[in-house]
Ligand binder design. Structure first.
Ligand code: HEC
Length: 152
C-alpha cells in the first residue's frame, strides 16, 4: 500500500518537475529572443547604408594625384618619382597585408600629423595645414579602396 502511494507520488512529482522545467525553458527562450531579434533588424540597413556613407569623390582622387603621387606613385604603389630620394620608401597603398594592421585613426593621424606622429618616418609629411579633416578622412577611404582592405 505504502509503496504504491509513494510510486504515484513519484510519478506526480516527475510530471510536475517536467512541467516546471518546460515552463522555465519557455521563459528562457522568450528571454533570449529580443536581443537576437534587434540586430537582425538593423544589420541589413547598415549593409545597405555603407556604400552611400563612404563614397570616394573624384575630388579626393584629384587631391591624391596632386599631393601624394610624387612619393606614393600614380596608383599608390609607393613608386613615385621622389621615392628613390627618400631614406624610407613611401608606403605602398595597395598592400593590404600591412595596411590592415593599421586603424583608420592611425592612417588619419599619419596624413594629418605626419609619419613621426604615428611612429613612422618623418619623410611622410604632415598635411594638417594643407588639407581639411574631411578631405583627410576621405583620403583614408581612398587608401582603403586602393588596398582593398579594412582594419582588422
Ligand atoms: C615626400 C614624400 C611623401 C608624400 C608627398 C606623401 N607621403 Fe605618405 N609616406 C611617405 C613615406 C616615406 C611613408 C612611409 C613612412 C614609414 O614607413 O615610416 C609614407 C607613409 C604614408 C602612410 C602610411 C603610414 C603608416 O602607418 O605607415 C599613409 C597613410 C600615407 N603616407 C598617406 C599619404 C597621403 C594621403 C599623402 C598625400 C596627401 C602622402 N602620404 C604624401 C612619403 C610621402
Amino acid at each position: 500500500m505504502f509503496v504504491k502511494k509513494s510510486r504515484k507520488f513519484q510519478i506526480i512529482l516527475l510530471l510536475l518537475m517536467t512541467l516546471i522545467a518546460c515552463g522555465d525553458n519557455a521563459k528562457e527562450t522568450a528571454k533570449v529572443k529580443p536581443p537576437t531579434a534587434a540586430p537582425e533588424k538593423t544589420a541589413p540597413a547598415a549593409v545597405v547604408a555603407q556604400p552611400e556613407q563612404n563614397p570616394v569623390p573624384q575630388k579626393t582622387r584629384d587631391v591624391y594625384q596632386w599631393y601624394c603621387t610624387q612619393c606614393h606613385g600614380l596608383k599608390g604603389k609607393g613608386d613615385g618619382i621622389n621615392a628613390k630620394h627618400l631614406t624610407v620608401p613611401p608606403r605602398d597603398h595597395t598592400k593590404g597585408e600591412y595596411l590592415e594592421t593599421r586603424t583608420d585613426k592611425q592612417l588619419f593621424d599619419a596624413i594629418k600629423l605626419g609619419g613621426l606622429a604615428v611612429g613612422r618616418a618623418p619623410c611622410m609629411p604632415s598635411w594638417g595645414n594643407t588639407l581639411k579633416d574631411e578631405t583627410i578622412h576621405s583620403l583614408v577611404r581612398y587608401i582603403r579602396e586602393l588596398c582593398e582592405c579594412e582594419a582588422l
